[in-house]
Design a protein around this ligand. Structure first.
Ligand SMILES: NC(=O)c1ccc[n+]([C@@H]2O[C@H](COP(=O)([O-])OP(=O)(O)OC[C@H]3O[C@@H](n4cnc5c(N)ncnc54)[C@H](O)[C@@H]3O)[C@@H](O)[C@H]2O)c1
Length: 253
């Protein structure tokens, strides 16, 4: 077992499914103590069970990233359970309803921004607050190749929210690197989770669409995104500050 993160304490939001679960498994596999956070305990407990079965250490913590008190409590609980917080991955996110801008449901737009942008802000605010007072740390935010690098038609809320996540990350990176907190984003293209499946799309139709749209001919694997997150969180990435690492199989190359 690689021990790049031995004895490190890692908090991952949205850790009960998809990319977040894969990131949690990857950190635990390299020796980290992992806290997975999200709104409902069931899926988080499944992630914990997978990690423990593989010999790793993990806890499940419930909290909604749009709530500042929850975001603060998550940091407190990780510190209580593991004695510190070295790495945070802000992965929780939603796509929202699709539709052209003039027809966007305003409540959906506000919700997508609330989770993706305000949620990332609140998480970082409390994580940085702890890290800068305790010797620093690393934060990786999960953005998307949609927004800054590419746009999906009919997904104005998501595109704009992820552009905001990337911009906010760059600001945070500059604001806090002097305090020892190193912050970056990963921007995946379509990844093999339900979020990249269109409503009603079959597996075959999705696979054909990926062959047509993605130069490598497939959706990204969760493990491929996790590997990049671990790199950015590791000491090897010590000179990488405010970067936006695009992992999209060549879509925007
Ligand atoms: N799957 C893709 O193709 C793709 C591509 C680019 C970026 N992303 C991003 O990757 C991240 C993970 O996506 P995924 O594909 O694993 O989808 P997912 O729906 O499985 O994961 C999102 C997670 O966020 C959690 N979440 C949502 N709202 C929350 C809230 N208010 N508080 C706490 N947790 C909340 C969900 O419960 C879920 O566990 C998202 O930020 C997404 O935008 C996904």
């Amino acid at each position: 077992m690689s021990t790049r993160f031995a004895d490190k304490s890692v908090l991952i939001t949205g850790g009960g499914s998809g990319i977040g679960r894969g990131i949690a498994l990857a950190f635990a596999g390299e020796g980290a103590r992992v806290a997975v956070a999200g709104r409902s305990l069931g899926p988080l407990a499944e992630t914990v069970e997978l990690i423990e079965r593989a010999g790793g250490k993990a806890v499940a913590l419930t909290g909604d990233v749009t709530n500042s008190e929850d975001a603060a409590r998550l940091v407190r609980e990780v510190v209580e359970q593991f004695g510190g917080l070295d790495v945070a991955v802000n992965n929780a996110g939603v796509f929202g309803a699709a539709g052209p801008v003039a027809d966007i449901d305003e409540d959906q737009f506000r919700w997508v921004f609330e989770v993706n942008v305000t949620g990332t802000l609140l998480a970082m605010k409390h994580q940085i607050g702890h890290m800068r007072a305790h010797g620093g740390g690393a934060i990786v935010n999960v953005s998307s190749n949609l927004g800054v690098h590419k746009r999906a038609d009919g997904a104005g809320a998501y595109n704009a929210s992820k552009a905001a996540v990337t911009a906010l990350t760059r600001s945070a990176a500059r604001d806090h690197i002097g305090e020892g907190v190193r912050i970056n984003t990963v921007s995946p293209g379509p990844v093999d989770t339900p979020m990249s499946t269109r409503p009603g799309e079959s597996d075959t139709a999705k696979s054909d669409r990926m062959k047509a749209e993605v130069p490598v001919g497939r959706a990204g694997a969760v493990a491929e995104i996790a590997a990049a997150v671990l790199y950015l969180a590791s000491d090897e990435a010590g000179y990488t500050v405010g970067a936006d690492l695009v992992l999209d199989g060549g879509v925007t190359a």
